[in-house]
Design a protein around this ligand. Structure first.
Ligand code: ADP
Ligand code: MG
Ligand code: MG
Length: 209
């Protein structure tokens, strides 16, 4: 499609809920290695609540869907990730205006990244979800500037987020619980970078379907 609308946003959320549920144990194990082992549980609880909430509402716009995701994640996920993802989706919601073309996808992801950075103060290379969102937003912007469509922009973003998640493995954590481990955090993938990669893969799949 030339633009992505409310149906895409709802399909994104449904696919996000499924992938978070399918990877619940993986995310728990990643967080057990360098955190407190709750990231998979937190994310699954959050997206289960989002699914329930969206079943009772009939959001009209992409922005309304993202705003519902934001407020529900903020009130149900807890920990570090709840406010971070909540802020990302809220800023993303504010950045979208109607349906999304590739530039709209890039603007949504850039706004999400800025929200995460504003909330968590992490820079690139500190082994957090910023290391997935940063490359993702950049890749989406490049795709838009190359004249590609929104599905291609999301695919580029998802692939960049997956590579960004891989790149967190050798990093030493400087933010969040994993930073308490210092050098011992190296050699493990960051759970939030991985869940971010899963969410963006879900967005790309919804756009491609
Ligand atoms: P908690 O650490 O409170 O148990 P979660 O386990 O749900 O919360 O989420 C941990 C993830 O949150 C980390 O893997 C990391 O990606 C992300 N995170 C933690 N602190 C920050 C921060 N300051 N900035 C960006 N992301 C962060
Ligand atoms: Mg945790
Ligand atoms: Mg916790």
């Amino acid at each position: 499609a030339a633009t992505l609308g409310t149906d895409w946003a709802l399909d994104w959320v449904a696919r996000a809920a499924k992938t978070v549920s399918d990877h619940r144990i993986d995310l728990i194990e990643l967080d057990r290695a360098i955190g407190d082992g709750d990231h998979g549980e937190n994310m699954d609880r959050g997206f289960t609540a989002v699914t329930a909430k969206l079943a009772t509402l009939r959001p009209d716009t992409v922005g309304d869907v993202l705003k519902t995701v934001a407020t529900t994640l903020m009130s149900t996920v807890g920990g570090a990730a709840g406010p971070l993802y909540g802020t990302a989706f809220l800023r993303g919601a504010k950045a979208v205006d109607g349906e999304l073309d590739a530039a709209g996808v890039a603007s949504m992801l850039e706004a999400g990244l800025e929200g995460i950075r504003a909330r968590g103060k992490a820079e690139a290379g500190e082994k957090t979800m910023v290391d997935a969102w940063g490359p993702a937003a950049e890749a989406a912007r490049r795709a838009a500037e190359d004249g590609q469509g929104p599905a291609e922009a999301l695919r580029a973003a998802a692939d960049a987020a997956a590579a960004g998640s891989d790149a967190t493995i050798p990093m030493v954590a400087r933010k969040g619980r994993a930073s308490y481990l210092g050098e011992r955090s190296a050699g493990h993938r960051d759970p939030g970078a991985e869940s971010s990669s899963l969410l963006l893969a879900a967005a790309a799949e919804a756009a491609e379907s």
